[in-house]
Design a protein around this ligand. Structure first.
Ligand code: SF4
Length: 462
């Protein structure tokens, strides 16, 4: 077992038994669950909306080369500088270069999972820059030196009391249990940072090929301030974020309803730096387009649709595994079902194949996904691919032996008798390290065989 798998196993065993943690997550997600059907009902026909969204995403990914070319030529025409980054390291270097060229000292940042993916904050801080997260949830987890817990709700694992204690310790504020007061404390701390930041870094929800614009949706207005106040704006986005037409936003902006979220309060489009005659906006606008193995996934005809993800979080919210082990256990930027599907592609199949096995294959994720990504089948395909790449010889042998025994009724009956004899002996070591079935019995039950099989019972009754 590699170290990532061992860590996942250790964390998930611990957190599954932690009833307080489970209650916290299920209470937080329960709120969205109750609102989900109501929000989906705002669509005339939710299933048709999903079909339409999936078709648009297929159209975009099947023509990604031309869509990207259109997006780049149109956004460049308004003075935006576009950078292509093949790897995470290249993206970090590009952003560090822009920050250094502008002799920046402080940076304000809005929520961007791509920035988490390339570990941008670490790189900027190591190079001596101050980076402040402006999204409330991200601000909280940054103060705790933690990664986001969920792709949409970064601090959902924390109670008001824990956030209040954190603010008292880090910001010197008075303790409070009022969410409004906690928000105001963060707001006061952040306002100063917006005004002094030299560079603003954002992600993007979509890139519109037809108009050469990026679309950012948010609920706090922090991304708007991040984009509008500093002199330099940098947007980091994956190449898969393309939507063909501006009109497609009418369908995509409300799609997170499938995760129980209301339409976001602030939906902004950015098409370039400040134009002559305009009174606000950045003087420089850089767009960094990140590949980081996305083109490899694009080349995989079977799983290409994993790139259609709009990061709404619906699949995490309904996943029985996520709801029990929580977001940090995955040890990846993208957690839950979508994380388990794409992480092996982005970071190596053999190191991350264990995530594809951490699934009950119930299909709730596929059912919830607003763009109809076939998530649970992709988990199965990852399992198949990992075995094809590196055969599990012992497991194969065990199944061969099982097939050999079960195909010979006399041998099967003998094996059952043998197992019944061994049961009392096994009870002596059950749950101890010397138990040959220790790996199994640590987290699962191994019930005793019935004293009599159905066949024996039938025979006895003639
Ligand atoms: S895979 Fe689907 S449900 Fe999961 S985050 Fe992406 S779009 Fe949402």
């Amino acid at each position: 077992m590699n170290s990532f798998a061992a860590q996942f196993r250790e964390q998930s065993l611990r957190l599954t038994r932690d009833l307080r943690h489970r209650l916290l997550i299920q209470t937080a997600l329960g709120k969205y669950e109750t609102q989900r059907d109501q929000r989906k009902a705002a669509f005339q026909d939710w299933q048709s909306a999903r079909e339409a969204a999936a078709e648009i995403r297929w159209d975009a990914s099947n023509h990604l080369d031309t869509q990207l070319r259109d997006f780049v030529s149109r956004i460049e025409a308004r003075g935006t500088i576009v950078h292509w980054a093949s790897t995470a390291a290249q993206a970090r270097d590009i952003i560090l270069g822009i920050v250094r060229d502008n002799k920046a000292r402080s940076i304000i940042k809005s929520k961007a999972m791509t920035a988490e993916e390339i570990h941008l904050n670490d790189a900027l801080e190591k190079a001596g820059f101050e980076v402040v997260e402006s999204d409330l949830g991200e601000f909280i987890v940054q103060l705790r030196h933690e990664p986001p817990y969920h792709i949409v709700f970064p601090a959902m694992h924390l109670t008001r009391g824990e956030i209040s204690e954190l603010f008292t310790r880090e910001l010197g504020s008075a303790p409070t249990s009022s969410p409004e007061e906690l928000t105001m404390i963060a707001r006061r701390a952040l306002r100063k940072k917006y005004l002094t930041a030299d560079v603003g870094i954002t992600g993007a929800n979509f890139a519109i090929a037809e108009t050469g614009m990026i679309s950012i949706t948010e609920n706090e207005g922090n991304a708007r301030l991040t984009a509008a106040l500093p002199k330099v704006m940098i947007s980091l986005l994956g190449i898969e974020k393309i939507l063909p037409r501006l009109a497609d936003l009418a369908l995509f902006l409300p799609m997170p309803a499938g995760a129980g979220q209301a339409l976001t309060c602030y939906n902004s489009l950015y098409g370039g730096p400040r134009q002559p005659g305009e009174s606000d906006g950045p003087e420089q606008f850089h767009v960094v387009l990140l590949d980081n193995r996305r083109t490899e996934l694009l080349a995989d005809a079977e799983q290409r649709d994993a790139l259609h993800c709009i990061r709404c979080g619906a699949c995490l919210n309904v996943c029985p595994i996520f709801r029990n082990v929580g977001g940090h256990t995955y040890g990846t930027t993208y957690s839950g079902p979508i994380g388990s599907v794409i992480t092996p592609h982005l970071r190596g199949l053999q190191d991350w194949k264990h995530l594809s096995s951490a699934s009950s294959l119930c299909g709730a994720c596929t059912e919830a996904c607003p763009v109809k990504i076939d998530l649970h089948h992709h988990l199965l395909q990852n399992r198949r691919n990992s075995v094809a790449q590196k055969p599990a010889r012992l497991e194969k042998l065990a199944y061969k032996l099982f097939a050999f025994v079960i195909n010979r009724p006399w041998l099967y009956a003998l094996a059952k008798k043998f197992a019944r004899v061994c049961q009392p002996l096994h009870a002596l070591v059950k749950g101890k390290r010397i138990d040959p079935a220790y790996g199994w019995t640590q987290s699962r039950d191994l019930p005793n065989l019935a004293p009599q099989s159905f066949k024996e019972w039938w025979k006895e009754r003639k």
